[in-house]
Design a protein around this ligand. Structure first.
Ligand SMILES: CC(=O)SCCNC(=O)CCNC(=O)[C@H](O)C(C)(C)COP(=O)(O)OP(=O)(O)OC[C@H]1O[C@@H](n2cnc3c(N)ncnc32)[C@H](O)[C@@H]1OP(=O)(O)O
Ligand SMILES: CC(=O)C(=O)O
Length: 520
């Protein structure tokens, strides 16, 4: 049985930009336990008060699958382990499992620790045995093991043997600088494994973009514990990405993990949770768990997956809790339209709907600057128009917007609008902090009496992108609007050389879609 060791909360938090609160760490611990990893490295109690608090609070959790481990270093040179603050902080943290790292590269011993090679071996052995004597399960992270082995194989091996003599439960080979290649990992593990009796582990960093490959080849070479982080978070270029390693081990190698098929379906949710809590956008192109991992854009691909998903998907997305996504764009064929329409609950009758014409219209609109990938509501309205299920909410008679700037005061905008609804003429005006805001307010004011559900619909996001910057202020712009009603969100698009016109198109689509949704 392979053991999955997660260090998102310790090494993952060494990533630039990540700072989990204690509450975040507790919540991620629950998620990781749900996923079924074997170990959760919660932090370094000798480092900071947040981690000390975490280890206090985590004792109240009733974890079903994972053991929480506390991280730290070997004792300082020339101290006894009993005198070492860091080792005692691990004991005080109340954990049953500790992971301590020690130097396995002679350069680090002489230049970073500034001690002798012999003293480092004593530090490793005595630190491990101190924690073992206190009844802990102890994992030894051999920091820089592979670089150390390349510099002085005999010494790097002696470090592992010192940890083994101390009673370590596993010896974790670390590619700390992330510079090793898979062939080196395989070759070095093969050279050392027969000289050790303690189970081996791997802890790879991603500086050469091969941390996942290095972890897998280490498993092929016999290691039993795999360390990594959700989404590959970690110092510099990150750690080995468990969001890829776990499904690779289970689905490709068919290795025996304690994570069962049901738990594997939590992978996408747990991975995205770690991003949300870190306040980072979940990486869309991530294998297995990314939004784009099973997104199909090319018409040829969509046509084939409709017949047989295996043609363009290496696994069923549901196995890892992800889902297929079909995109509509200028690269679409009619298969994209059929799939997307069905997803939106519209059954397209190919005899009555001219799909070719809809497709050509989409391609022409994309050529003009529209972009339907992030504007599914505009796409649905387009289909509604093609299938005769579109209801126009109002006729525009005219709209005028004035923006006034006086001296150093903030500008004020005012929009007046005339529309016809059910034969009635409505004339309203509204102010806003900008022309689009004024336009939005005036249009809503005119319509809300006829469509009261508009009170619940609001703008969430408004994005403008200049499409051909070389044209300066004459450039064409694309406006993408995201709207919501508290339950659903939807995206709409407009494009024009006039930003107000582009905004108007996206606004009208947003309102028409929102009202349509409420009527369903
Ligand atoms: C490869 C890894 O990811 S290892 C983990 C790296 N993570 C972190 O460093 C995050 C947490 N770190 C911290 O909070 C702080 O660095 C602390 C509390 C651990 C230490 O802080 P300080 O005592 O102020 O020391 P500082 O960080 O400046 O230097 C590290 C010291 O640890 C020593 N050290 C480094 N590795 C080891 C080791 N394996 N065993 C013993 N001592 C070590 C260094 O030689 C240095 O000693 P010095 O102070 O005598 O020069
Ligand atoms: C221990 C650790 O985090 C490393 O060697 O990278």
């Amino acid at each position: 049985m392979l053991k999955i060791y997660d260090t998102t909360l310790r090494d993952g938090s060494q990533q630039e930009g990540i700072s989990y609160s204690t509450e975040d760490k507790i919540n991620i611990t629950k998620q990781l336990d749900k996923l079924g990893v074997n170990y959760i490295e919660g932090g370094w109690p000798g480092s900071n008060p947040k981690d000390i608090e975490y280890f206090k609070r985590v004792q109240d959790l009733e974890l079903k699958n994972a053991k929480v481990t506390a991280f730290g270093s070997t004792r300082r040179a020339n101290l006894t382990p009993h005198e070492d603050k860091n080792l005692n902080a691990i004991l005080d943290s109340g954990v049953e499992v500790a992971t301590i790292f020690g130097k396995a590269w002679n350069l680090h011993v002489t230049d970073a620790l500034e001690t002798s090679l012999e003293e480092n071996l004593r530090m490793v052995e005595s630190s491990v045995s101190y924690l073992k004597e206190e009844g802990l399960e102890v994992h030894f992270d051999a920091e820089h093991f592979f670089d150390g082995y390349k510099a002085d194989a005999d010494y790097a091996l002696k470090v592992l043997q010192a940890a083994q003599r101390g009673g370590a439960d596993s010896l974790v080979l670390c590619d700390t600088n992330g510079g090793s290649m898979p062939f080196e990992i395989r070759s070095i593990i093969k050279q050392i494994e027969s000289q050790l009796t303690t189970p081996l582990g791997i802890h790879a960093h991603n500086d050469s973009d091969v941390a996942v490959a290095n972890s897998l080849i280490a498993v092929e070479s016999g290691v039993k514990q795999i360390q990594g982080t959700l989404n590959g978070y970690g110092e510099r270029c990150g750690n080995a990405n468990l969001s890829s390693i776990i499904p690779n081990l289970k689905l490709k190698y068919n290795y025996n993990l304690e994570i069962d098929d049901k738990q594997l379906k939590y992978l996408t949710e747990v991975s995205r949770y770690a991003s949300e809590v870190a306040n980072l956008t979940p990486p869309t192109h991530q294998p297995y768990v990314g939004d784009s991992a099973f997104a199909h854009k090319g018409g040829i691909h969509v046509s084939a997956i409709l017949k047989e998903p295996e043609t363009y998907e290496h696994i069923e997305p549901e196995l890892v809790g992800n889902k297929r996504n079909v995109l509509v764009s200028e690269l679409s064929g009619k298969s994209n339209l059929i799939y997307k329409a069905e997803e939106l609950g519209i059954k397209l009758n190919q005899e009555t709907t001219d799909l070719r014409q809809v497709l050509e219209q989409i391609k022409e609109l994309e050529h003009q600057g529209y972009h339907f990938e992030g504007a599914e509501a505009s796409f649905e309205l387009l289909i509604a128009k093609a299938t005769g299920t579109y209801n126009k909410l109002f006729e525009l008679e005219g709209v005028r917007i004035i923006t006034e700037k006086r001296g150093e005061l903030a500008p004020v905008s005012e929009a007046t609008i005339k529309v016809r609804i059910d034969g009635q003429r409505v004339h309203t005006a509204a102010e806003g902090n900008g022309p689009v805001n004024a336009l939005d307010s005036a249009l809503r004011k005119a319509l809300v009496r006829f469509y009261p559900c508009l009170k619940e619909i609001h703008l969430i996001d408004y994005k403008v992108r200049v499409l051909d910057g070389n044209d300066g202020t004459e450039a064409k712009v694309r406006v993408l609007i995201e709207s919501g009603d508290g339950h659903n969100t939807w995206g709409t698009v407009g494009a024009s050389t006039n930003i107000i016109e582009a905004s108007w198109q996206a606004l009208v689509d947003s309102i028409e879609y929102g009202v349509r949704l409420k009527k369903q």
